[in-house]
Design a protein around this ligand. Sequence first.
Ligand SMILES: *Cc1c(COP(=O)(O)O)cnc(C)c1O
Length: 383
Amino acid sequence: MTPSASPDRSSPPAAGGIPQSDTLRQYHHLREELQAAVQRVFQSGWFILGREVKAFEEEFARYCGAARAVGVGSGTAALTLALQAVGVRPGDQVLTAPNTAFPTAAAILACGARPAFADIDEASFTLDPDEVARRITPETKAIVPVHLYGHPADMTRLLPIAEERGIPIVEDACQAHGARLNGRHPGTFGAAGCFSFYPSKNLGAYGDAGMILTSRDDVAEKLTYLRNYGQTRRYYHDHQGINSRLDELQAALLRVKLPHLDSWVQARRDHAASYRDLLAGSPVGLPSEAAGILHSYHQFVIRIARRDELLDALRRRGIQALIHYPVPLHFQKALASLGHQKGDFPVAERVAGEILSLPLFPELSREERERVAQCVNDFLGSP
Ligand SMILES: *Cc1c(COP(=O)(O)O)cnc(C)c1O
């Protein structure tokens, strides 16, 4: 299978167009506070593992209702170190979804482990618990549910499946800041929960940054030395580790943004509701929101059979849409050695050919939403 979108289909629109996401509008709102935070760090003369990181770890843990938080260099590093901290070793197998961002697999590979997949539930785009139960083998040493697009995976059913077999869950919550499942934050259900603060995420830094939440003191303790060359006290390396730390600048900038997260998620939800109204009655598949779930709409993903044609029609009108993701992981060349074939994960494969993420970010205007919806409706009106 070849990627169904050529690279130029994902390039940003020219001036006057509508981007799929936009970090600049947010920056303009917060400019003064952000600049004050940068000044504070510069003047402190302290850039690695200092007060800002500690304060942001505490603030993010409190926001999510988690006992502990450990800041790291990226979402990929968060997943890698969390898997190691719960005991994943080279040669182990880690079970995840085939329709996730490649970094989920990159983290498993970075542990020397082998990614394995279970198919997804077609409505929520997240792991199907029955499929997970069916795919677990004696080599499965961790399960990584992905709260894709901001829709939490079915943790209520996944937790007992994992617990019965003594397999730890490491949540990939990299797209789910600010979502809820029965009132609880994603990332607080498993042995560890991993977040990315990549600039376009619901809570984005100005560079790479990541965080792990855990309620287990042993996991938190391991993470604090794994991220810091295995160092338990200065110049004493009792363990093997890497360098992957959240830095003071990113932590200070994220502290400015965290208090706005709930209002940004609310704005995303309002825009999603508005898209639903504007697209009501059209044959496109709209995102579902299972009972008990507060979807944080990192992406608003529609389904349509003539997806590539719609993508081109939007692009011609200066509207940028993206496909998250065009190639299921089991078809990625880097994972060819796993030996998968077409039909191994039919739901994920079918979905990959039909999904499209419309422009969505908190500052998206009513006029822009109407232009996007109009374009979709015009396209569907055309034969
Ligand atoms: C963004 C993302 C990651 C990786 O985060 P980085 O900070 O870019 O390393 C992992 N998993 C998912 C689902 C993501 O969306």
